[in-house]
Design a protein around this ligand. Structure first.
Ligand code: FAD
Length: 349
């Protein structure tokens, strides 16, 4: 009886998703009712957005555990906390000197630097001065920045101006750089919680922080987790689904976080090479990788690249990617998929 009622609810959910990620282009099809008896579901706020964790665990999975883990992570990684380790590093004027920082910070920065190298600087955590200049940091601005101020700030934006020493957990600035972890931090948080859940002997789980998602195992129906791509038109509709029992999905897009100056809109994803917000017909990029950290950073990098370069990058690196573009003539969003993503979709539909 429990099984049949679950199946009915799943069918209903295909017409109208039960839970939709806020600020996300991914729709997770969840089950209600019986699910609660097998799977614990917890949600709250973190990193300026929501988190939710659904897991089947042998040890106890508590709200307190998740909250304390997320709190200790944001106390290191958050640009929105003036006392966080990253904020202290940003304010420091010790240029050329190695400074000790928590292992977590070195760890996330090492991942960030790898993606920067791979993407030829399209992803770059030293983008912070430009993020602030365009009003996407902690402070808002009322005017677009001048060409002079962009050129000035560009001089201190380059991931090669940051050096890491993973053997003794130290960092050094080669110039007056500032770091912004918003393009990778949520993904890193998801992977961190995945480790916490593994410690709690959770065999099956879904973790979602603001639309960056990682799964393992099965849902309450013993099926792989079902995740759909939302068309970014505000309808919450999805016709394309993935069935995943491992891995992570992350999305970057221009459709929800933007500023309008003089009737022109500017997205929060900035090309660190030009100093300007990306400006092309890509509206969203979703990347599937084994970890959410990598998926998160790659989604930002591919968004910077634009449609042609992003698709070429995905094909040459065999990465599963979904790209949504806006066609001004037909006034429609069009979805395109890399070969690896088409294969994943085929399995899921
Ligand atoms: P993504 O595409 O994943 O990232 C885009 C963001 O990365 C931009 O907004 C910019 O900050 C940065 N970026 C832009 N261009 C590049 C580039 N080329 N390379 C690298 N990075 C780039 N927001 C709040 O409003 N309040 C909070 O208290 C708050 N706390 C946070 C704490 C933490 C630890 C983190 C990681 C983020 C926090 N945020 C907070 C930020 C908020 O979650 C961001 O909006 C979010 O991280 C951006 O994610 P996204 O998926 O929208 O975009």
């Amino acid at each position: 009886m429990c099984e049949s009622s679950l199946r009915k609810r799943v069918r209903q959910s295909l017409v109208k998703p039960i839970v939709q990620g806020i600020g996300s282009l991914l729709i997770v099809i969840l089950l209600h009712g019986c699910e609660a008896s097998f799977y614990k579901s917890l949600r709250g706020d973190t990193m300026g957005t929501y988190y939710r964790v659904i897991g089947q665990c042998r040890d106890s999975l508590t709200y307190q555990l998740l909250e304390s883990e997320l709190l200790s992570l944001t106390s290191v990684l958050s640009n929105y906390d003036v006392e966080s380790e990253i904020s202290v590093f940003n304010l420091s004027e010790n240029i050329g000197e190695w400074v000790p920082v928590p292992e977590t910070l070195v760890h996330v920065l090492a991942k960030a630097q790898t993606i920067s190298e791979q993407t030829n600087g399209a992803f770059d955590v030293t983008v912070a001065p430009l993020v602030e200049l365009w009003g996407f940091g902690v402070k808002e601005v009322s005017q677009p920045p001048s060409a002079e101020s962009i050129a000035r700030e560009l001089r201190r934006v380059n991931y090669r101006l940051l050096e890491l020493n993973e053997s003794d957990n130290t960092l050094r600035k080669l110039s007056n750089i500032k770091l912004d972890l918003s393009g990778i931090g949520k993904g890193y948080g998801v992977d961190h919680i995945a480790e916490v859940l593994a410690d709690q002997r959770c065999s099956d789980f879904l973790i979602d922080i603001g639309g960056e998602i990682r799964v393992r195992g099965h849902n309450a129906l013993s099926h792989s987790w079902r995740i759909g791509f939302e068309v970014p038109d505000g309808t919450g509709q999805s016709e394309v689904f993935l069935r995943l029992s491992s891995g992570a999905l992350a999305t970057s897009g221009s459709y929800r976080n933007y500023r309008v100056f003089n009737e022109k809109s500017y997205t929060h994803v900035i090309d660190p090479r030009s100093g300007y917000p990306t400006s092309h017909n890509l509206t969203a990029v979703t990347v599937y990788r084994s970890t959410a950290t990598e998926a998160d950073a790659l989604a930002t990098a591919l968004f910077v690249m634009g449609f042609d370069d992003a698709l070429e990058f995905a094909e040459s690196h065999d990465i599963a990617v979904a790209l949504t573009t806006w066609d001004a003539d037909s006034e429609k969003h069009n979805a395109s998929y890399s070969t690896a993503m088409r294969a994943l979709i085929k399995e899921g539909n």
